[in-house]
Ligand binder design. Structure first.
Ligand SMILES: Nc1nc2c(ncn2[C@@H]2O[C@H](COP(=O)(O)OP(=O)(O)O)[C@@H](O)[C@H]2O)c(=O)[nH]1
Ligand SMILES: [Mg+2]
Length: 443
């Protein structure tokens, strides 16, 4: 994501130690330019940002705060246009997903379908990539995973599938239709013609270009080409989690005048974030994205269930069954990396936590194995676990008693922490932390 940029911005701002120090400003501006260029920001955009920061600083007086305010302001100004999803006046809203092969079209189609489903929309996925048999199968699997309907047709052309799917969607009152199309390794006339044909045979509301952020300026050039040939209405920046530079996010809108609407921040279905300029600038400046985090968590956490759990935690009745169900919720929220990057302060320093892989963590695997060997009574009352029960459990799940003791200790600590956090003061502390995460306060 923006690791390097965020860290560099902090250093650059910290170079300005005294008020009205023109020399320091010049040094900071110079480093800002170098940093932007090194991180894939298009040279014209980098130049624009630097000169904007310079003139703002000279106008408002040179200082740490004025520099970081100017930088935040200038970063914000490189984005324009709509963000997120907009619905057609008359449903269904039809979205065409286009891009090069392997850019993430199919994955992003499913992510977007899931995003809209969580917001109460009836979504239909349409398999129009008929280049490879496996492509239809891939979309089918994803549709099953997220429990969204899919429209496929054998022995038909992409245009026919698209046309038929719209008829079907209208008859069955779908809110949104997402059409996954074929890509090619590079742009060619055949691909463009196929897309043009689809576009001309149905009413299309949005054409999203899925841009692989790892492909850098090459991907921007292809996007430009697609835009000229078929016209784009938005960009989905995929694989943003793996892009340590992040400069493409700052450049592409200025370069081809198409807004970024979503970013893909991981391989999991939940790893799709709405692209909001102020939130992105917040992340860039190291202040996190609390609004995004809350949105993400509320989408997957059932409110009633959350209340019930909070009550139990407060009373110190948190059990293993609750623990496992909490783990599942966390998994639904997407990768740790993308979640951590939204937390104020953690974005830049949470490297150690970032790569916690819930599916593959040894600690969590052990706890899961241990719980699976417990009786229901033991799961609900961890306190009854005595020596002989522990021995039996250890044998049942193939762990040593020492592993069991360690896992139990971890669980106890987690439950204690949860209890503290759920106290009225705990919430207050968290709120204070969030309030303290002011855009201008870079520490
Ligand atoms: N890390 C990461 N991987 C992604 C993301 N989006 C897609 N991928 C991966 O990129 C590969 C190609 O994706 P796919 O959707 O099949 O691309 P398509 O050929 O354009 O349909 C797959 O392995 C995906 O898991 C993302 O946001 N982050
Ligand atoms: Mg595909």
């Amino acid at each position: 994501m923006f690791d390097t940029l965020t860290n560099s911005f902090k250093n650059i701002v910290n170079k300005i130690r005294f008020l009205d120090d023109e020399k320091a400003l010049a040094r900071s501006l110079d480093e800002l330019k170098k940093t932007l260029l090194k991180n894939d920001v298009y040279h014209k955009v980098a130049k624009e940002i630097v000169s904007q920061v310079e003139s703002e600083c000279k106008k408002n007086g040179i200082g740490k705060d004025s520099f970081s305010n100017a930088l935040a302001f200038s970063l914000q100004s490189v984005f324009s246009g709509n963000y997120g999803f907009s619905y057609a006046q008359k449903p269904p809203t039809v979205v065409l997903m286009v891009g090069l092969q392997g850019s993430g079209k199919t994955t992003s189609s499913a992510k977007l379908a899931n995003y809209l489903k969580l917001r109460g929309k009836k979504v239909l996925l349409v398999a129009c990539d008929l280049q490879r048999l496996a492509a239809v199968e891939q979309l089918k699997q994803l549709a099953t995973e997220i429990e969204v309907d899919i429209f496929t047709q054998e022995d038909a052309s992409p245009v026919n599938v698209a046309r038929e799917s719209i008829k079907y969607a209208k008859d069955s009152t779908y809110d949104v239709v997402i059409i996954d199309t074929a890509g090619r390794l590079s742009i060619n006339a055949e691909l463009m013609n196929e897309l043009k044909e689809i576009k001309n045979s149905i009413k299309v509301d949005e054409i999203f270009y899925v841009l692989d952020s790892l492909s850098g300026q090459d991907a921007v050039r292809s996007a430009d080409n697609f835009n000229q040939e078929i016209g784009l209405s938005g960009i989905i920046l995929s694989k943003f989690d793996s892009d340590a530079k992040g400069g493409i996010a700052l450049s592409v809108t200025k370069q081809i005048n198409i807004p970024i609407r979503f970013i893909g921040s991981g391989e999991k279905i939940a790893d799709l974030d709405i692209f909001m300029p102020d939130r992105i600038v917040g992340r860039l400046m190291g202040a996190g994205d609390v609004a995004g985090f809350i949105e993400k968590t509320t989408a997957v956490v059932d409110e009633k269930e959350a209340k019930r759990l909070t009550k139990k935690i407060r009373k110190g009745e948190f059990t293993f069954t609750d623990f496992l169900s909490q783990l599942e919720s966390i998994k639904k929220m997407g990768s740790m990396k993308s979640l951590i990057s939204m937390m104020p302060g953690l974005g830049a320093m949470g490297d150690a936590l970032k790569n916690v892989d819930i599916d593959n963590s040894v600690e969590i695997k052990n706890i899961k194995a241990m719980v699976s060997s417990m009786t229901q009574k033991e799961r609900d009352n961890p306190s009854i676990l005595n020596g002989s029960r522990k021995k039996r459990i250890a044998k049942g799940c193939g762990l040593d008693v020492s592993d069991i003791n360690r896992s139990l200790k971890q669980f106890e600590t987690a439950a204690k922490m949860a209890k503290q956090m759920s106290s009225p003061n705990g919430v207050k502390n968290i709120m204070n932390m969030i309030k303290g995460a002011n855009l201008n306060k870079m520490r």
